[in-house]
Design a protein around this ligand. Sequence first.
Ligand SMILES: [Zn+2]
Length: 228
Amino acid sequence: MVVHDAGRDLVTRGEAGPLLGWSVSELKRWMLAEPGWPPPVRKDGKALLYDLAELLTVRERLHPRRVRHWTEQEDAVLCDLELTAQEVADCIDRTVVAVKTRRSKLEVVRYRHPIHDQWLLAKTCIVCGVLRQRDEFLIAGRLQRRVSTCSTCWPALLAERAAVVQARTARSAGHHGAEWTGPEIEIVLRPDLTAEEVAAMLGRTYNAVVTARWKAKHLPAWIERFHL
Ligand SMILES: [Zn+2]
């Protein structure tokens, strides 16, 4: 933390390093090796504090910064994706950090990562075991993920799963066959509940809930009856 003191900015040596463009150990090395660095102006607790402006002046005198602008030729080498950052650095006499910084600034990416399954070409269906094109697998479910079952096997699998859930909910479907009421339809339409959850809450079967949801979506006249 920079301390403001009578118009001066006081910093520890650890804080000064990055502000001077060096690592902490580099600054320490230079301060020990070279005469002419300013002495600390204050001691706060255990840390010695230096006047930042004095440090910057001395740094400029002892190690004047030469900014090398990037040339078109250097950028051309940089954009060669066959080369690692180290190889580019060796070619054009720059540091690896400088090369990486420049590459990220120019958005030159060596290894691009796929977004979801954009690179997927084909996969094997877990039901029929056939290797099929990517587009033969639907994107489904709340998470909008690509399913592992091909679109040929998918309807049968869905029917099988629905039959299992239907059998499970049928056991507790005490209201089966009764007229739907407005409060029930409100629960049916809740997007945070699965059809099975709704069925269990209302004592209906899974199929009844799925049908009610379908009607609510496709038959405006039917849903109007409940005055929601
Ligand atoms: Zn299949």
